[in-house]
Ligand binder design. Structure first.
Ligand code: CO8
Length: 373
């Protein structure tokens, strides 16, 4: 049995940003337009007037200040409220493969490895750009990797579930060098016309390289243990799927074909699940929270992370102990905890323990305990 180690990480960040103020200005223009266009229906009680959004609410409720997106113009166009992405030919790299390649090359560079040395690629993300062939297999070809590749989807927990799958395969020897990539084009599944959630998500792609500890070329993080858990809930749901055209209303513009959530209930139900999960994972590994130097948490909501940090550590986290990136990136689904890991690990000393944890739709929770070397 090999001991798996995370030896490189990389992040692809889109060029476009949208600040809360920019988002709210365009959303409120859309609301005004909708209410004017539907004034007669609203007056007659057959339609409901839309309410404006506010930057103050967004920052207070979530901690988010801005988000990166693959297409700013389409999202901010009040007549569209949706990204506009190019239609590529079948012989061109897909958008997700291109994002993945950028993040993967950064992870490989950090680990001192080449694409040809990789023999497992897992594309672990909330949504895939197409049904098949798998994005991971396309990335395998673009990187010149060998072995095998597959896609998996566990919403916000995809990356940690992917890391567990890869670490287990490295442990058993069925793979020698694995990339777990998480291209998240969340802007394609966000309902930008709904004020309850229009501020939540952003686009990004992360990658991590996992290989046996004894073959690592430089510094890295041993994957001490992983733990994944799921529990069915409808509180975060999207009814889009390949059977859509078979249904009576076919391709109608229906609200449930985009991301939907009961944010309050998610907040209340997921918090205890996550805190209990982390504490159980630590005790199963014969560790205590006081030994953990860094928590790289899922990046959905600042209040949520503050609560988890306090509950897990039993005190207020010290500055830098539980870094957030959500103020800059918003919720990037499965990529969030990996962006935090990528940005805030370089100062850890050999022997320092850390914990990556993601959580979200499903419900799902995944955690990874790491030890720096
Ligand atoms: N501007 C002004 N007011 C607003 C706005 C707005 N934009 N939005 C809502 N309000 C109003 C509401 O109408 C409400 O008014 P009232 O009290 O009169 O009814 C009031 O503000 C309070 O609203 P909420 O109760 O909804 O506000 P919260 O304080 O609960 O904050 C949050 C909302 C930020 C959504 C919060 O509940 C939260 O963060 N919850 C947890 C969410 C979470 O972690 N979700 C994880 C989902 S991510 C995931 O799993 C990935 C899925 C796959 C991704 C697919 C890609 C898109």
């Amino acid at each position: 049995m090999h001991r798996p180690a995370l030896t490189g990480s990389g992040v692809f960040t889109p060029a476009d940003t949208i600040t809360n103020d920019e988002l709210v200005t365009s959303f409120n223009a859309y609301v005004e337009r909708f209410n004017t266009d539907n004034a007669a229906e609203i007056t007659a009680g057959r339609a409901t007037a839309l309410q404006p959004s506010s930057s103050e609410f967004i920052h207070k409720a979530s901690g988010i200040e801005q988000r990166y997106v693959m297409d700013k113009a389409g999202v901010l166009d009040p007549a569209r409220m949706y990204p506009r992405l190019d239609q590529r030919g079948d012989d061109q790299p897909s958008i997700m493969a291109e994002m993945s390649l950028d993040a993967a090359n950064k992870a490989l560079l950090q680990a001192g490895r080449r694409g040809a040395e990789v023999d497992l690629i897992i594309c672990a993300a909330s949504n895939m750009e197409r049904a098949y062939p798998a994005i991971s297999i396309e990335v395998q070809q673009l990187l010149g990797a060998t072995g095998f590749a597959f896609d998996m989807q566990v919403a916000c927990s995809s990356a940690t579930f992917g890391i567990q799958a890869a670490a287990d395969m490295i442990r058993s020897g069925s793979a020698r060098r694995a990339l777990v990539i998480s291209p998240e084009i969340t802007s394609g599944h966000l309902e930008w016309r709904d004020r309850d959630c229009h501020f939540i998500f952003g686009d990004v792609c992360t990658a991590v390289l996992i290989e046996p500890l004894d073959t690592a070329m430089g510094r890295g993080f041993e994957i001490v243990s992983t733990k994944c858990a799921t529990q069915y809930s409808n509180n975060i749901r999207n009814n889009e799927g390949y059977l859509r055209k078979t249904r009576p209303d076919g391709l109608a513009d229906r609200r449930d074909m985009q991301f939907m959530q009961n944010g309050r209930r998610v907040f209340k139900e997921v918090l205890p699940m996550v805190c209990d999960h982390i504490l159980t994972h630590l005790s199963d590994s014969e560790l205590s929270a006081s030994q953990i130097k860094r928590l790289w948490l899922h990046q959905a909501n600042k209040t949520m992370n503050d609560f988890i940090g306090r509950k897990v550590l039993g005190r207020d986290p010290l500055p830098g102990e539980q870094p957030n990136i959500l103020q800059d990136y918003a919720n990037t689904s499965s990529a969030g905890s990996i962006i935090a890991f990528d940005a805030f690990h370089a100062d850890l000393q050999a022997g320092d323990l850390g914990l990556i944890c993601s959580f979200g739709a499903g419900y799902s929770v995944g955690s990874v305990i790491t030890r720096a070397f």
